[in-house]
Design a protein around this ligand. Structure first.
Ligand code: GDP
Ligand code: MG
Length: 131
């Protein structure tokens, strides 16, 4: 069964959205295989977002992800990677459809509530970083 890595970012945890968000994945039919409230170190955050290391927002992104606890999860199910991304919505919450997690709870790209792996290979890489 396909696995994906999903992480509720510090803004989502702080706003007490863990229950609401995990409930959406469960209702869709994905299984929570593993879940943990974690404090990301700077090294883990930099490794996780390595592909964005040359972007102007990288420093801000790492600072944000390490600013408080994150709720990291492994979800499994048929097409778990793309199904989770569909439930999550677009990167920018402002252009994310209502009904998606970012569309319903986010407003700015810098604080967009949640992360989901973009491919099976990314999911494997991210799971090995966080768990
Ligand atoms: P994702 O896969 O949908 O999360 O989006 P990306 O992989 O393109 O970007 C990773 C994360 O970087 C996003 O979820 C945002 O939190 C953040 N990010 C992307 N673009 C910007 C930006 O222009 N400004 C800021 N501050 N953060 C950004
Ligand atoms: Mg991405």
């Amino acid at each position: 069964m396909e696995k994906t890595f999903v992480m509720i970012k510090p803004d989502g945890v702080q706003r007490r959205l863990i229950g609401e968000i995990t409930s959406r994945f469960e209702k869709k039919g994905l299984n929570i295989v593993k879940a943990e409230l974690l404090q990301a170190t700077e090294d883990i955050a930099k490794e996780h977002y390595g592909e964005h290391s040359d972007k102007p927002f990288f420093g801000e992104l790492v600072e944000f992800i390490t600013s408080g606890p994150v709720f990291a999860m492994i979800l499994s199910g048929e097409n778990a990677v793309s199904v989770a991304r569909t439930l999550i919505g677009e990167t920018n919450p402002a252009s994310s459809q209502p009904g998606t997690i970012r569309g319903d709870y986010g407003l700015t790209v810098g604080k967009n509530i949640i992360h989901g792996s973009d491919a099976v290979e990314s999911a494997e890489r991210e799971i090995s970083i966080w768990f």
